[in-house]
Design a protein around this ligand. Structure first.
Ligand code: C2E
Ligand code: SIN
Ligand code: SIN
Ligand code: FE
Length: 367
């Protein structure tokens, strides 16, 4: 081989490590490669690992039959080390049975070159493999860039979405004339319930799929349907008539309609699915006497069953145009009384464990 026109500039040269216990093979291999690559010959696997401490080769040509540590053991060690596992390895050997070929490839070698080999063939195969490795690296870099772009964009979208939602939540709260912070507190209650459910493995299959970054903000839309309820009903200082309460109840189905409308426009997202389950499910009751659909038991979406507890708890501890605030102890008692009729008993058991933390939220958030 040779000719200066084929000689790559020193600094751009790829590094090939040649590992063979046979000195003649080492010399011959180095002769074949030295015009195109920087070659590090190693007469044993141990010496190879010594060199690897300081040099990162682009490719390793690894002999199989060597005393002490053979090629199979060497590649196992390479592939189990996070610093080295990505270095491509080609086995070079005089062994020709297909069994050892398979074993080599199954251990992570990218190719198998039988000895004796001709210089041009060796060079061509190395060149091909290095080209493939380069393409793989480029692809990986591309993917990483793409992922970063998508992540950044998603973060922006989620931030915007949450800002708009916060505003919608504030609007509902403002019209509802409830003392501030209801929406923020209910998110905290939900988080307390879900954290405890995770710890106790309650409804694990479902809860483990949730991402709280999407679920908790979606709770801000739970009463979005109240936007369509007249002030005369929404802010009535006293008890609602039956007719007025029917109007009031429509806020749940209107909420579903509003969120479905958004889904039609932007497509279904995790966030909107949670929002739908919360807005549509938070007034359903465990015994089937709730609204809007009269669902019962586990037919009520789990997010709705959680929101029901969070929502009622906060309504109880808050002053409303139609009621005074109850103490946190009284609120807990009323919620507990609804176990198995209004509320999911499994979630009430969770609520009982974190009721003190609910009370803490009320104390810190003001009721
Ligand atoms: P909200 O005030 O946010 O109350 C949410 C839920 O908390 C109520 O859903 C109810 O399940 C529970 N809750 C509220 N206060 C009490 C209470 O004193 N005792 C018990 N056991 N539970 C209570 P609900 O009943 O479906 O009402 C939905 C919404 O309708 C209420 O939201 C509120 O905006 C309105 N509303 C309900 N009753 C009246 C009323 O008598 N007068 C007025 N002006 N509005 C009412
Ligand atoms: C040698 O070349 O080192 C002997 C044959 C082989 O290990 O493949
Ligand atoms: C979202 O839910 O806000 C968008 C991303 C997703 O669907 O998980
Ligand atoms: Fe509601």
């Amino acid at each position: 081989m040779g000719g200066n026109e084929n000689t790559a500039p020193q600094e751009e040269r790829k590094i090939i490590m040649l590992v063979d216990d046979n000195q003649t093979n080492l010399k011959a291999g180095k002769e074949m490669l030295k015009d195109h690559y920087t070659v590090y010959p190693a007469p044993s696997a141990q010496i190879m690992f010594g060199i690897l401490e300081n040099v990162r080769p682009d490719l390793i040509l690894l002999d199989i039959e060597m005393p002490e540590m053979n090629g199979y053991e060497a590649i196992r060690k390479l592939k189990s080390d996070p610093d080295w596992y990505s270095i491509p390895v080609i086995f070079v050997t005089a062994l020709t049975d297909t069994g050892s070929e398979l074993e080599g490839l199954s251990l992570g070698a990218i190719d198998y070159i039988p000895k004796p080999f001709s210089g041009p063939l060796l060079l061509k195969r190395i060149e091909n493999h290095l080209f493939i490795e380069e393409q793989k690296d480029k692809l990986k870099e591309w993917n990483e860039n793409l992922e970063k772009i998508v992540t950044d964009r998603t973060k922006e979208v989620v931030k915007l979405q949450n800002a708009i939602l916060g505003t919608v939540g504030d609007m509902v709260e403002f019209r509802d004339d409830v003392t501030g912070g209801h929406v923020a507190r209910t998110q905290k209650y939900l988080e307390l319930l879900i954290d405890q459910m995770v710890e106790d493995n309650i409804y694990h299959d479902e809860v483990s799929k949730w991402n709280l970054d999407y679920l908790l903000p979606s709770a801000q839309l739970h009463d979005v349907g109240k936007i369509a309820i007249t002030d005369l009903v929404l802010q009535k200082p006293g008890k609602l008539t039956e007719e007025e309460f029917e109007i009031m109840k429509s806020h749940a189905s209107i909420g579903i309609d509003i969120i479905k409308k958004i889904e039609e426009n932007v497509g279904s997202t995790t966030f909107l699915k949670h929002a739908l389950n919360i807005a549509g499910g938070h007034h359903e009751k465990w015994d089937g006497t709730g609204y809007p659909a009269g669902l019962a038991g586990e037919d009520i979406p789990l997010e709705g069953r959680l929101m029901a507890i969070a929502d009622v708890y906060d309504a109880l501890v808050s002053k409303r145009p139609y009621k005074d605030a109850f103490s946190t102890e009284k609120a807990k008692q009323i919620i507990d009384e609804g176990s198995g009729t209004q509320f999911d008993p499994k979630v009430i058991a969770v609520f009982d464990k974190v009721a003190d933390k609910f009370a803490e939220v009320v104390k810190n958030g003001g009721a």
